[in-house]
Write a protein that binds this ligand. Structure first.
Ligand SMILES: [Fe+2]
Ligand SMILES: [Fe+2]
Length: 199
C-alpha cells in the first residue's frame, strides 16, 4: 500500500468527524496535528500508523458535547489539565470515536486501541505505548505553529507574540525524540513570522 492509499482510508473518518470539530478551534487543531503526526510517523515505522492517525483525528471530538462557556471558564482555568470538563471530553471522545470508527468500517481491535489512547490523553501523566507517545506529541506540537499561537493566545488571554515566547516549557512535555527538531523548526518559524525578535 502506498502512503497515499493509506491516507485515503482515513477520508471517511475525517468526513464523519468534521461536523463535530466546531468546538475549541478543533477544525484547525486537528488538521495541523494530523499533518505533524504523519511527519512523526515517518520516524517511527514500528508505530501502528492506522491507530495513531485515527486517534489524532478523533482525540478531541468529545469537546463537541461540552458547553462552550464551560470550555473557556473551566477548560482553561486553574488546574485546567485535571478539570472536570477535560475528563468529560476524554470520556465522550472514547464513545464518539467508537461510533465514528464502527460506522466507517474499522475493526474492533483498532477501535479499542484508538479508544485506549483517547481515554485520558490530557489527564494521564504517562503514555501507554509508542502509539500513544506519537499521538500525545502530535497533539502538543501544533502549539509551536503560527496558527497554534493565534488560537492559543486567545484562550490564554495573551498576545500571539507572548504565546510564542512562552512555549519553552512545552519542549519538556514532548515524549518522542523526533518531536524536538519539529518543535524547534515550527517555533523558529512562528518567532520569525510573528516578528517577536523586533520587540
Ligand atoms: Fe484533548
Ligand atoms: Fe488536542
Amino acid at each position: 500500500m502506498t502512503n497515499e492509499q493509506r491516507l485515503d482510508r482515513y477520508v471517511p473518518v475525517w468526513r464523519a468527524a468534521e461536523p463535530f470539530l466546531r468546538a475549541r478551534k478543533n477544525d484547525v487543531h486537528i488538521p495541523l496535528s494530523f499533518a505533524l503526526c504523519q511527519e512523526l510517523l515517518t520516524h517511527y515505522p514500528e508505530a501502528d500508523a492506522d491507530v495513531v492517525s485515527l486517534a489524532i483525528l478523533l482525540h478531541d471530538i468529545g469537546w463537541y458535547k461540552i458547553d462552550m462557556v464551560d470550555i473557556i471558564e473551566k477548560g482553561f482555568g486553574p488546574n485546567m489539565m485535571q478539570s472536570d470538563v477535560r475528563i468529560r471530553h476524554e470520556v465522550e471522545g472514547v464513545r464518539m470515536s467508537r461510533d465514528v470508527l464502527s460506522r466507517t468500517g474499522w475493526p474492533e481491535d483498532v477501535i479499542a486501541q484508538v479508544g485506549a489512547i483517547i481515554d485520558g490523553h490530557d489527564t494521564r501523566p504517562y503514555p501507554r505505548s509508542l502509539n500513544d507517545r506519537v499521538v500525545r506529541d502530535a497533539d502538543k506540537l501544533w502549539r509551536f505553529t503560527v496558527a497554534g499561537a493565534a488560537v492559543g493566545a486567545d484562550w490564554f488571554k495573551q498576545t500571539p507574540q507572548d504565546y510564542v515566547r512562552r512555549q519553552d516549557h512545552t519542549y519538556k512535555l514532548l515524549e518522542t525524540e523526533a518531536a524536538h527538531p519539529i518543535a524547534r523548526r515550527e517555533h523558529a518559524l512562528a518567532h520569525k513570522v510573528l516578528m517577536t525578535n523586533w520587540l
